[in-house]
Structures are given as C-alpha cells and as structure tokens.
Design a protein around this ligand. Sequence first.
Ligand code: GUN
Length: 295
Amino acid sequence: MTARILDGKALAQTIQEEIARAARELKEKHNITPGLATILVGDDPASHIYVKNKGRACEKVGFFSKSIILPQITSQQYLTELIGELNANPAIHGILVQLPLPQHIDENSIINAVHPEKDVDGFHPVNLGKMVLGREDYFLPCTPFGIQMLLARSGIETQGRHVVIVGRSNTVGKPTAIILMQKAAGADATVTVCHSRTKDLPAIIRQGDIVIAAIGRAEFIKADMVKPGAVVIDVGINRIEDFTKKSGYTIVGDVEFEKVKEVASAITPVPGGIGPMTIAMLLFNTLKAAKKTII
Ligand code: GUN
C-alpha cells in the first residue's frame, strides 16, 4: 500500500483564498489592509527565496508588503532602530525578521525588539509564553501551526495518539510539541521529543502514530524506522548536490520519501508539504494582527 500524499500546496492555496476573502471584508468594513514587513540581512540564497515567496504570497491575498533587504554588514543598532520604526508604523501589522541573522547580530535581542502584537512569526518570548499557557491572544509560530492545520484539515486525528517529534529546535520541535500536547481540539496528543542525543532513536520513532521530522538532515528517516500505517510529516528542507539539475542542487526533506511512502499511511512531500503551509499561517497571523487593530 502506498501512502496518501498530504498536499500542503493545495491546502495552503485553499487557506490563502479564505484569507483573501477575509482581507477584502476587512477593507470594505474597516478600511484596513493587512501589512507585512519582511527584513532580510545578508545574502543567504535560500533566505532570499523564502522572503520573496512570502512577499509574493502577500500580494496574492491582497496584503500590503514591504520587503527590506539589508547588507551583511548591517549593525545591530541599525536593525533595532528599523524594527522600532516598523513597530510604530500603523500600516504594518506584522514584522518578520528572516533567520538566521549574521553572526555579529544577537538574534535574541532582535526577536525581543519586535512588538509582540506584530510578531507574526510567533518567536517573541511573550507569544511563546502565551502558547505554553494555551492562551489564544497570541501568534503561534508558523511552521508548528502549519503542521497542526495540515493534520486537522486532512482529517488526521491527534487526540490520544503518540506523536514522535524528531528535532528540538526553538522554531519547530519545541513549539510543535507544546501545541500538540495542549488540551484542545486538533491537539490532545501524547508527545515524545527526540534529538541528536536520544538513545536508540529508531526504536522510539517506530512507536509514533504520527512522526514529525524536523532535524535538518537529508533523508535521515528511513522506512524501517517508521511503524506501518504511521502518518509522516516532513519539515526538512535540505539542498543536496544534483548535477542533473540546472541549479546544481535538488531539495529533499528529512525523510527518505520514496521508501517511507510504501510504509506510511500518509506523508507530506518536500517540496509542496509543510513549506507552503508555513507561508499560509504567516498570512493568517498577519490577518489576525490587522484585525486586532479594529477599534
Ligand atoms: N528561517 C527559516 N524559517 C523561518 C521562519 O519561519 N521565520 C523566520 N523569520 N525565519 C526563518
């Protein structure tokens, strides 16, 4: 049996249509156009592609988007002041600073500089704290939120199921664990988080009814690590050399897709799985931020 392919691209498209409708309504009733500012520092090629995709997605749903691209040598002070200006700009409802930042910039201090009510990435400690408490007046980090949304809207039950997350990053592993263990609809799971120091990792992954791979290692999850019938969510985006391609590389996930799809009951592809869902949730958060300004 081969797995059902969970088409994140198609679902993200549907969600974006819903967001576009809501944005039109916000404009008609309240004369508000949601606005997102993205800041990119340096010349990491992957980050440039991500930021361009985010700007394009904003335009598609009728948001205002402002893309700020800064050189690698940008100082921490300049970046902090820029964020301060965007915090004060009423046309901007969401601010996204693309990570990673150059080494000379203190990432934590930049994340802290974004006003929590404009932190559509959900990375500010205030939003992360509210997430842990299960409050709803905050922004969920986009990738974990996208994972939850994809599961829910694909009809995959999480309640009482064992979710095994491979990877403990602040952006994916940790927040996904918190979100899926909440006492809430679309959650209520039993969650295990594994990482590079976990003993007998394959044995634990094999216990997962739902496996979420977020380790950043190309095709790390093999078919014999997955319980037959499990749902596999691949968050990885890894570039590997491929000279048959004009670009010289190909993108693969953290899961050996071709083999694992023969074992799993459902699986997300890379690209076209969680990536587009992340962008859809960024738009969702930006719309939510804009709605909060209605007086
Ligand atoms: N770098 C990789 N993923 C992300 C993301 O979701 N948000 C930001 N700001 N940077 C990233």
